[in-house]
Design a protein around this ligand. Structure first.
Ligand code: NAD
Ligand code: UGA
Length: 429
């Protein structure tokens, strides 16, 4: 099948690459000329494991191409995916201007029946607006259907997630459009939910909000465990092994970050408010998440006392491992707090140092964890990269000025750290 994907970011590029891998002819479109130039040079503008290799193979086979022209992408495609950014506005609601602009341009380029699929995360009722827009700006009598097909991939494991989704949600009132998408996704052998468009849109916001709720619940438990002398890992394990709860997304830490949970929780609060419901539960989820940064910063401060001119080594900048994405990374807030109190930050991240420079221009970037640790008063861990779990801790201890580790991701065993001679602080243990 011929497919056009508009927006070649984390979602659009991965979706395009996987659909091409499955044998489809994929036209990827983006209005960022630099991104398209990078892709046309055979490079990849983001870091996502396995993505480059997959795109290289499809490119050689002539199954994938990149352009800035929506007209070119839409012309020969049966399905047009919208996968553009939906960033938060200052009031927390979703900025849908890119979705609207794309819907309009797709409308102006319709030439025969097409299915326009929204893959961007959007508030409920956006599909209705997209359909109205396409109707308004397309030639009279143009045939099209609009589908909501929310994306559930995680950065860092995006390709695996796309090939092995827990479910595929298809929201539409058109059986013809649903059948086309069912056909496109057939090779994935995942459960398919065909539903109405509004329900599909709510499924996406509800799923992310529920996962964020689990994380805030775990972070609240961490605070309680710390006050009670209990261990949050034991507690979440004991709770999570109940199948009705599930053991995933109960890791306490420095709070959830990234381009999605913070934005989608506030967008869901905003849209539910518009619909007349005060989602106080989610407001509390947000509050706990913000508080987790204060709590962790206090932990650093209580350990080091006066931060002025203290060298602090930070390991991990990305909002999670296996990505270079710094959007809403907890590291940004924590490092800025350290700097505001006069600390000198030296940092290392395996993939996110280039992307971090924009938000964190005034830190010393190091070439490995050991260089970052050299002469520092403490080592602060903010992302749980495997590389940090496998470090030589004896060597680390020798390099640090003080053997202090403050671990925001609970990657080490507290007893072992004490045996090794570290002062070790973690979260909820
Ligand atoms: P991104 O910022 O990485 O990519 C979006 C792309 O859209 C950019 O390359 C941008 O240049 C392009 N774009 C913006 N306006 C455009 C326009 N008018 N015409 C053409 N291209 C345009 O964003 P992302 O992380 O891929 O997220 C895209 C959507 O998918 C968002 O709604 C997000 O919430 C959702 N989502 C993201 C993830 C994730 O893990 N990143 C997972 C599921 C859903
Ligand atoms: C998340 C969802 O997991 C995806 O299903 C969804 O498609 C995506 O958002 C989206 O809509 O964009 P992602 O943001 O890539 O994916 O990463 P996650 O693995 O969910 O992590 C999000 C944040 O939560 C990270 O900062 C991570 O460190 C934190 N987290 C996660 C915890 O603090 N504890 C946990 O137990 C799990």
């Amino acid at each position: 099948m011929n497919v056009c994907i508009i927006g070649t970011g984390y979602v659009g590029l991965v979706t395009g690459a996987t659909l091409a891998e499955l044998g489809n002819r994929v036209f990827c479109v983006d209005n960022n000329e630099e991104k398209i130039a990078i892709l046309n040079r055979g490079e990849i503008p983001i870091y996502e494991p396995g993505l480059k290799e997959m795109i290289d193979t499809s490119r050689r086979a002539g199954r994938i191409s990149f352009t800035t022209s929506i007209a070119e992408g839409v012309k020969d495609s049966a399905i047009v995916f919208i996968a553009v950014s939906t960033p938060p506005k200052p009031d927390g609601s979703a900025d849908l201007s890119a979705v609207a602009a794309v819907a309009r341009e797709v409308a102006e380029n319709l030439n025969g029946y097409k299915v326009v699929v929204d893959k961007s995360t959007v508030p409920v009722k956006t599909g209705e607006k997209v359909a109205e827009t396409i109707k308004r700006y397309s030639k009279e009598g143009s045939e099209f259907d609009v589908v909501s097909n929310p994306e559930f991939l995680r950065e860092g494991s995006a390709i695996y997630d796309t090939f092995h989704p827990d479910r595929i949600v298809i929201g539409t009132s058109s059986q013809k459009a649903a059948d086309l998408l069912i056909d496109l996704y057939k090779p994935l052998e995942a459960p398919v939910i065909v539903t109405d468009i509004n329900s599909a849109e709510i499924i996406k916001h509800a799923a992310n909000s529920f996962l964020a709720t689990k994380i805030s619940f775990a972070n609240a438990l961490a605070r309680i465990c710390e006050a009670a002398g209990a261990n949050v890992e034991e507690v979440t394990r004991g709770v999570g092994l109940d199948h009705r709860v599930g053991d995933k997304f109960l890791n306490a830490g420095v709070g959830y970050g990234g381009s999605c949970f913070p934005k989608d929780v506030s967008a869901f609060i905003s849209i539910t408010e518009e619909l007349g419901y005060d989602f106080r539960l989610l407001k509390e989820v947000e509050r706990i998440n913000e508080e987790q940064i204060d709590y962790f910063f206090r932990k650093i401060k209580e350990t080091l006392w006066i931060l002025e001119d203290q060298k602090v080594a930070v390991l991990g900048l990305a909002f999670k491992p296996n990505t270079d994405d710094m959007r809403n990374a907890p590291a940004i807030k924590i490092i800025k707090r350290l700097q505001a109190e006069g600390a000198k930050v030296r940092a290392y991240d395996p993939k996110a140092m280039e992307t971090a420079r924009e938000d964190l221009p005034d830190i010393e970037y190091c070439s490995d964890p050991y260089q970052a640790a050299e002469g520092a008063e403490a080592l602060v861990i903010l992302t749980e990269w495997n590389e940090f779990k496998e470090m030589n801790l004896d060597r680390m201890k020798e390099l640090l000025h003080q053997p202090i580790v403050i671990d925001g991701r609970n990657i080490y065993d507290p007893e072992r750290m004490v045996e090794l001679g570290f002062t070790y602080r973690s979260v909820g243990r």
